[in-house]
Design a protein around this ligand. Structure first.
Ligand code: HAM
Length: 420
């Protein structure tokens, strides 16, 4: 039997209501902050991600789904949205039409990571990018939107972590200091961290290995080596967060796994989902547009993992979704009246009602069982003595009350059902 590829999942009809609800909350919050939706292709030229996210990152060096297409072009399934959104901004000169572009998205992403609870190879993100201003108000806005969405879903057990990576110059100076410190401990570092020492030294802070963590406890921290401009920017972000009533924790070791960040970085972490606890992450990226061939356009954004958020909702039992219902089930009492049943079902559906009927020539009893299974608000009987008199029997399922409705009076029937 052919099965779904490891790390991918079917979202079955029974899961759809919570996805739709999540998407509704996401769109509403983004629209309240006046963000406009953008949809970019699922695949892009590989070089966009390699240049955008950084060659030395785990995503680019180990996790991308890359293939050569029949035209000989190297193509990659998008592992994240930021690079694609920036490409679209440059390609369509969106910055010429609008000085600050506030954009949001909901989309599948692809990373060939080792699957585990909360980590998939095809997963979904919602997120936002604001391009065209370096105002710290926008950094705060990202954190607030992410927090508000997660909060609206009823999740508790959350920590908002923020950090500043400063401007590139102060980061470069700091890297020399960190290098000096780590040189003294080089032999005790794990193999992976030894590699990162040359390629991506800040990421050693992310290592889960005991030996690395021990060394990093006493490592010098970038936050203590920031220049004045970066300190001021960070202070303003913190003030805005305070004004919005967001509790946060400054985590000087929050470096994030993508290369494009400067100034603010943040994550919202849940205590309810196990080891893959980061529900969302983001930060400022003032150089990315230029690096991808555009103008000097600063940006800031975040993305959240929808599977992880829904897992947290499940574990905290935080979603209280209404039971799914249909408006009407039409029960056919007489097999000779199937044409009538069919016509009536189509007409009522065209009037905006959710209508189901029997397709398996089942007994009346079985049809009634099916109506209950669908949680139908009403059942309409076609056939019997009433039908010969030109009437239909409508039964309200909540109290069993029955109404006699004239066969041709669909207006009345529709209104009665909609009223309930
Ligand atoms: P990221 O931290 O790589 O950032 O991903 C954001 C979120 O996507 C994570 O916090 C996590 O919830 C979810 N996620 C990532 N990988 C997986 C996976 N394999 N399975 C399930 N969920 C996953 C970015 O993608 C940046 N583009 C965020 C950003 C936007 N920064 C600025 N603008």
């Amino acid at each position: 039997m052919i099965k779904a590829i490891t790390g991918t999942r079917d979202i079955l009809p029974s899961d759809i209501p919570k996805w739709k609800y999540l998407e509704k909350v996401v769109s509403e919050v983004f629209q309240n902050f006046n963000y406009k939706e953008i949809r970019t292709p699922v695949f892009e030229e590989t070089s966009l991600f390699a240049r955008g996210i950084g060659e030395a990152t785990d995503i680019v060096s180990k996790e991308m789904y890359t293939f050569i297409d029949r035209g000989g072009t190297s193509i990659t399934l998008k592992p994240e949205m930021t690079a694609g959104v920036v490409r679209a901004l440059i390609e369509h000169s969106l910055d010429k039409k609008q000085s600050v572009n506030k954009l949001y998205y909901i989309s599948p992403m692809f990373r060939q990571e080792r699957p585990q609870a909360g980590r998939f190879r095809q997963f979904h993100q919602f997120g936002a990018e604001a391009l065209g201003s370096n105002d710290p108000m926008l950094d705060a806005e990202m954190i607030i939107m992410a927090y508000d969405i997660i909060n609206k879903l009823g999740l508790k057990n959350l920590t908002v972590k923020i950090n500043s990576l400063g401007i590139p110059q102060s980061r470069e100076n700091y890297k020399t200091i960190l290098k000096k410190y780590l040189e003294q401990h080089f032999n005790s570092l794990s193999q992976e961290s030894k590699k990162r020492f040359d390629t991506n030294i800040l990421r050693i802070f992310d290592s889960k290995e005991d030996q690395d963590q021990k060394i990093m406890t006493d490592a010098p921290l970038l936050i203590n080596y920031l220049d004045d401009e970066s300190i001021q920017h960070f202070e303003k972000v913190k003030n805005y967060l305070g004004a919005a009533g967001i509790n946060y924790e400054v985590d000087p070791k929050l470096v994030r796994g993508l290369d494009y960040y400067s100034h603010t970085t943040f994550e919202i972490v849940s205590g309810s989902v196990g080891s893959q606890s980061s529900l969302c992450g983001g930060g400022r990226y003032d150089m990315l547009v230029k690096e991808l061939g555009g103008g000097d356009i600063p940006g800031v954004g975040f993305a959240a993992g929808m599977e992880r958020i829904l897992l947290a909702c499940e574990n905290e039992n935080s979603l209280n979704l209404p039971e799914e219902k249909i408006d009407l089930y039409i029960v056919s009492l007489d097999k000779n009246l199937l044409d009538e049943t069919f016509k009536l079902a189509v007409e009522l559906r065209r009037r905006g009602l959710t209508v189901e009927t029997d397709y398996l020539s089942r007994s009346v009893k079985a049809q009634m069982r099916e109506a209950n299974k669908y949680n139908s608000k009403y059942v309409l009987m076609i056939g019997g003595e009433e039908f010969r008199k030109g009437e239909l029997v409508l039964k309200k399922m909540s109290d069993g009350e029955q109404y006699s409705i004239e066969k041709n009076d669909l207006e009345n029937l529709g209104t009665k059902i909609k009223e309930s």
